[in-house]
Design a protein around this ligand. Structure first.
Ligand SMILES: [Mg+2]
Length: 267
């Protein structure tokens, strides 16, 4: 069990931790006010590739929390950095995803195509305008040899009323069709954690990662030697936790309990 008083920085997951669907979760403004008062740095790190970082910044502002763009890491941005390391500028890419992913790919100097022809990579995120035609183009490009890359493999996406299909559901369809497994960039892989680590300028063991998903947030943080806190306001409940092989260091009912632990009024 980590000594929470030795935590020097935090990494927050967003969906299921700070909000659920359109609804903010309780205690968001209070915990960030505390972090600013204590000069504790943080990064918001989301597997969700659909939103632009500016949109996340705006959403935080609506909850009375000011964050800079450098405090936001999305799987779309991290995927774009991966693409830059692997492909030359102007490489043609087929992307199944929303504006957050498409903008990240274009800003990184690549070209997007609407058909399978000439695509050197297929980059897949969550896409709420998904069609059979889009899946087919992606499958054809993969069969023609394009590298199959995913922003994240979350099978579901939490809404107020239940779970909707996430990026992982798209991956499952493409993998079933082509027999090819994607290279995943998002959590639990280490790319996003290492990017956050670089920005936080502390040692990995001094970081507390707060997330709602055991197989991404918690598992990925454990692989990077970071302390882990599961928050039960998202996709994981106590029963699921009891049956899991993955054990977070700390478990919190919600953000107010995280704040109490951080401020020393509860351990
Ligand atoms: Mg989440």
């Amino acid at each position: 069990m980590p000594d929470i008083s030795r935590i020097k920085a935090l990494i927050f997951d967003l969906d299921g931790v700070l909000w659920r669907g359109q609804n903010p979760l309780p205690g968001v403004a209070d915990i960030f006010r505390f972090l600013r008062q204590q000069s504790l740095p943080f990064v918001l790190a989301t597997n969700n590739s659909t939103a632009l970082p500016e949109k996340i910044q705006e959403r935080m502002r609506e909850m009375s929390v000011a964050v800079s763009l450098s405090e936001i890491v999305t799987s779309a941005q991290t995927t774009a950095i991966y693409l830059q390391q692997r492909f030359p500028a102007k490489t043609i890419i087929y992307s199944l995803g929303e504006i957050g992913l498409r903008a990240a790919i274009l800003n990184a100097g690549f070209q997007l195509t609407d058909t399978a022809n000439d695509a050197k990579a297929v980059v897949v995120g969550m896409d709420r305008a998904l069609t059979w035609k889009k899946l087919t183009e992606a499958a054809l490009a993969i069969q023609a040899g394009a590298v199959f890359i995913s922003t994240n493999a979350d099978t579901s996406f939490p809404l107020e009323c239940g779970l909707a299909p996430g990026a992982g559901a798209n991956l499952a369809a493409l993998q079933a069709t082509t027999g090819v497994a994607p290279i995943n960039i998002g959590k639990p892989e280490s790319y996003m954690f290492l990017q956050a680590l670089k920005q936080l300028m502390v040692r990995a063991e001094e970081i507390l990662v707060l997330g709602d998903r055991l197989e991404t947030d918690i598992l990925g943080a454990q692989r990077c030697n970071m302390a882990t806190g599961l928050v039960l306001t998202g996709v994981t409940n106590r029963e699921m936790l009891d049956h899991s092989q993955c054990h977070p260091d700390l478990v919190f009912d919600d953000l107010p309990h995280v704040l109490r632990a951080l401020s020393g009024s509860e351990s």
